[in-house]
Write a protein that binds this ligand. Structure first.
Ligand SMILES: N[C@H](CCC[C@H](N)C(=O)O)C(=O)O
Length: 279
């Protein structure tokens, strides 16, 4: 099976062109191929499929084999893949995901995609999609007890679920390995959750680290950066356009509140191509 390893801000997935390849057990393959010692090494597996409803379909699996509805860094890499490998010659494409159809604008330099702007769609306050309002809470900010500590979070769905937690310290100092899994598996989230820890630097800039559902800490999360920007605006902490600084680099996020949609702009890169012996 031919594959291409790609990354968006260091959030790396193994991409398979399923116009040509057939994968019987994508969830099992995701676990094996993502393993950083015994496999290719990645945050998960992304299949590029034909679609009846859009130009292409993206089917994504986390490193633990669970399926994700959407992947922001992944969808930019899908755009690069289909253009650079000649599956399309259009610089504007649509991609079907479990989180809805997304529309992408490709920046092409010397015949290759360098940057992609994605219309990520309408953010929803999640999981129950109704703002919680208890005494002293803002409409969107709610308390959550994790062990003996109380945190405050804003829950936003970008097709997939996110809990955004504001912190005051340098995010690099956070013991993410310890607290990340406690949010991921908290009883508040029966389908588990992606968690972003964010510090606001100024009204146009924030920094974050992410603990992803099913993959652990990753260097970046596109849907997570969108959820962070929405949470920042709803809590009055930033303007509608924010640079989100992640361990793997920066994403520009714009919440167009008139259209009620979030735009994400960032790079996509090929790492290498290879052949996987099984399947
Ligand atoms: N890294 C991805 C998100 C993967 C989300 C996945 N971990 C989930 O289960 O929802 C991104 O760039 O948006």
């Amino acid at each position: 099976m031919r594959f291409t390893k790609m990354q968006g801000l260091g959030n790396d997935y193994v991409y398979v062109n399923c116009f040509k390849e057939k994968i019987e057990d994508p969830s099992g393959l995701a676990v094996k191929i993502s393993d950083r010692h015994f496999g290719v090494g990645s945050d998960g597996l992304i299949m590029i499929n034909p679609s009846d409803r859009a130009d292409f379909e993206m089917e994504m699996y986390n490193a633990d084999g669970s399926r994700g509805e959407m992947c922001g860094n992944g969808i930019r890499c899908v755009a690069k893949y289909v253009y650079d490998y000649g599956l399309t010659d259009k610089a504007q494409i649509s991609v079907e995901t479990l989180g809805g159809i997304k529309y992408l604008d490709l920046t092409v330099e010397d015949g290759k995609v360098s940057l992609v702007k994605v219309d990520m769609g309408k953010p929803e306050l999640a999981p129950e999609k109704v703002p919680v309002k208890a005494d002293g809470d803002s409409a969107v900010d709610e308390p959550i007890a994790v062990d003996r500590d109380e945190y405050r979070m804003t829950c936003v769905s970008m097709g997939n679920p996110h809990a955004v937690v504001f912190v005051d310290c340098d995010v690099r100092e956070l013991p993410l390995e310890m607290i990340g899994p406690k949010f991921e598996n908290h009883e508040r989230f029966p389908n588990r959750v992606n968690t972003e820890f964010v510090r606001v630097l100024d009204r146009k800039t924030v920094e974050m680290r992410v603990w992803e559902r099913g993959s652990g800490e990753t260097l970046a999360c596109g849907t997570g950066a969108c959820a962070v920007a929405v949470a920042c605006v709803l809590n009055g902490r930033t303007d509608d356009e924010v640079t989100v600084k992640l361990l793997g680099g920066d994403l520009l996020i714009q919440w167009d509140r008139e259209k009620d949609t979030v735009f994400m702009t960032g790079p996509a890169k090929v790492v290498f191509e290879g052949e996987w012996p099984e399947e």
